[in-house]
Every structure is written in C-alpha cells, then in structure tokens.
Design a protein around this ligand. Structure first.
Ligand code: PLP
Length: 382
C-alpha cells in the first residue's frame, strides 16, 4: 500500500456491526465479560480501546513499523520511552531540542538518577566520545526545533548498532510523509501527534512506533501501568486528520519553499533557516533522508533586537502568534520567550537561538496572502 492510501485505509476496518465506514468513537471505559476472562480482547479502556487500536495500527503503517502506541501527549510518549531506563543509565541527546523534552529530561528524570548529555549530532562521530558502559539511549530530533539542523539518521543508527544502544527519533517536524526513521536504523520513532498528524490544532496526543516485539511489549506495559493514554474522541479526530496528511504535507512543503525563498530576499531579514536551501549546511543529508523539506522555517532580523521580533509578531495577521505548529493555519512564535524559554540563555545562544529568532509554521492558506502578511509586518520596522 502506498503512503496516500495508507493514510486513509491502514488499520481501519468498516464497523462489523453496522458497516459504518468511519471508525466509531467507542466511548466506553469497560467491556462486558461473559464469564471471568471470556472477552473479545477488550477489558478496560486504559489498556485497550477499539478507536485507539485503529489509530495505533494506522500510525504503525505510516511509519513502516509493526507496533503503534498512543499517549495522551507527545511528552507522555517521551516519558514512557525514558521509563524504559533505570537509575544510573545515560542518554545522549541532541542539544537543539524541543524545550519540553529538555525540561522533562533535566527537571524530572535527572532527579531519578538518569544522566543526559546534550550534544551536537551534526557530526555523528562526535557521539562516540560520550558513550560509556552506562549509555543506553541515543535521542535525536531532525529537523531540529527551531534551528532546522539536519541530523543523519542512518549514520547515527550505525553508531547505535555498533554500541548496542537504543536509538529514538522525534519525528514530529518531518512526519512520516517526509521521513521514516525506522527504515533508516532507528529503534523507536516518536511523534507529537498534536502537530502535523492531527493537523487541525484541535487535539493533544503523542505516539511511538517500533518494530521490535519485546520493545513494544515493554512500552505497552508502561502505557497501561502509568496510564497516559488518550481518549476515544481524540483518537477519532486524529484518524480523521490523518486521512488528509499527504495532501496537507504537499501544500505545507510548497508554501514553506515559497515563504523561505521570499524571506531570503527581504532586506531586514538576516538569516533564514530552512533545510531546502542548497547552502544549508546539511542540505545533502536532508535530500537523502527526506522526501521534501517541510513547512517549518526560522529566521532572524538584522540588528538582532527582541523589540523588532515582537513588532513583527504583533503585526502579522494570518500567522497567529501561538505555541504549537503543524496545523492547517499558519502560526508564528518566538522560541526564546515561548517554546524554548526553559533553556538557559547561554545554552540557547550556543546553537544560534538568538533573541530576534522567529519560527514560522507555514500553513496551507493561499501563499500570496502569507507573503503579503510577512511583507506588511517587515515594513513596520524602521
Ligand atoms: C510539541 C512537541 C513535543 C511535545 O508534544 P506535546 O504533544 O506537546 O506533548 C515534542 N517534540 C516536538 C518536536 C514537539 O514539537
């Protein structure tokens, strides 16, 4: 089955009792047993729910994996992955990372005796310096948020294999439409389903997809034992959203390219970060592992003044100032004071996340309106 058919059909069966083409919302907490243990595979909805099962199977198919697991948020999914580890274990993570991931690693799991090394992974050989007998997991995000760095998944997969480490990739920015980390050597792929997969800014959810049966069993145990599971309404909304994932992503990529190129011609704009530019430092890797370059763009302003960034954010109309990304509507954000405020300033600036950096999630509106909006806001700068 090709990607654009999987989005609509994979994991989804017409309802056997009525023929309903859409997966019903099984709004139930429990299931009747004829005698103790005599049931149809469903006992309690924290453990299993048919709407969630359909979504989990659909997500597994999209990532070319065997097992999908849904969580009540992306961070709920990350929480489950780190709970595979024990006190004393070490994790090597990308340094240019979603702020909430940095926060759960340092503020929650460090207290439980897990150690995190935040490093640049653009040079995969760099990783080996940090590997010791306690290292258990390599954690990567690519493209990174918000700097749009590209990390070579296949090369890191080789390092992980050589040292028998688990390798997880946060694939939220790329989506399975653009990149499939399991095919490139990752053991776990994680999504904030809240973003492109849901796609309509109306659900918070997370997911993990794996191939290994034992790993899936451990994660399913944590999913049920810790209980961060999504409800059936949310699973239904995401199943519905995913049906147009391929169409939305095509337009996100098309609009993203047009906006990145437009920003590059603007006199008040300093740097534009988008992996589709030939002069992006890892453009070749992006071309190798991604099918297109996506709709996420960051840019900085000449003079690097926070007041200028604020003025732009206040004067954009179609780009709404909000956290999050990946919805049909365009959003803009100020990572230094919003999504990445929990990262210390010195850490931020080391990776180029300066005060005037603005992040755009380019939506699927008419691109001419989006360009006009940006031009208008830039014109407000003196
Ligand atoms: C939003 C996001 C998360 C966290 O997901 P939630 O659904 O908000 O919990 C993790 N990683 C990335 C890259 C994200 O953008």
């Amino acid at each position: 089955m090709k990607f654009g058919t999987k989005t609509i059909h994979a994991g989804v069966e017409p309802d056997p009792s009525t023929g309903a083409i859409m997966t019903p919302i099984f709004q139930t907490s429990t299931y009747i047993q004829r005698s103790p243990g005599d049931h149809k595979g469903y006992e309690y909805s924290r453990t299993h729910n048919p709407t969630r099962t359909a979504l989990q199977n659909n997500l597994a198919a999209l990532e070319n994996g065997k097992h999908g697991l849904c969580f009540s948020s992306g961070l709920g999914a990350i929480d489950a992955i780190i709970k595979l580890l024990n006190p004393g274990d070490e994790v090597i993570s990308t340094n240019d990372l979603y702020g909430g991931s940095y926060r759960i690693f340092t503020k929650v799991f460090e207290r439980y005796g897990i150690k995190f090394h935040f490093i640049s992974m653009e040079e995969p050989k760099n990783i080996e310096k940090y590997i010791n007998e306690n290292t258990k997991l390599i954690w990567a995000e690519t493209p990174t948020n918000p700097m749009m760095n590209i990390i070579d998944i296949e090369e890191i997969g080789k390092v992980a294999k050589k040292h028998k480490l688990l390798f997880g990739v946060d694939n939220t920015f790329a989506t399975p439409f653009l990149q499939n980390p399991l095919d490139l050597g990752a053991d776990l792929v994680m999504h904030s389903v809240t973003k492109y997969l849901g796609g309509h800014s109306d659900v918070v959810m997370g997911a993990i997809v794996v191939n290994d049966d034992q790993l899936a069993e451990q994660l399913a145990f944590i999913q049920n034992a810790c209980g961060a599971t999504p409800g059936p309404q949310d699973c239904f909304l995401v199943l519905r959203g995913i049906k147009t994932l391929h169409l939305r992503m095509e337009r996100h990529c098309q609009n993203g390219k047009a906006i990145a190129e437009f920003l590059k011609t603007q006199e008040k704009v300093d740097k534009v970060y988008w992996p589709g530019f030939e002069d992006h430092p890892n453009h070749d890797i992006a071309k190798k592992q991604m099918r297109d370059f996506g709709g996420m763009i960051s840019f900085t302003l000449k003079g690097n003044k926070i007041e200028d960034a604020n003025k732009i954010l206040e004067n954009l109309h179609y780009f709404s100032l909000a956290e999050s990304l990946g919805g049909v509507e365009s959003l803009c954000g100020h990572p230094a004071s919003m999504t990445h405020a929990s990262i210390p300033k010195e850490e931020r600036e080391k990776v180029g996340l300066v005060d005037s950096l603005i992040r755009l999630s380019v939506g699927i509106e008419d691109v001419e309106d989006l360009k006009e909006d940006l031009a208008g806001a830039l014109a407000k700068l003196s």
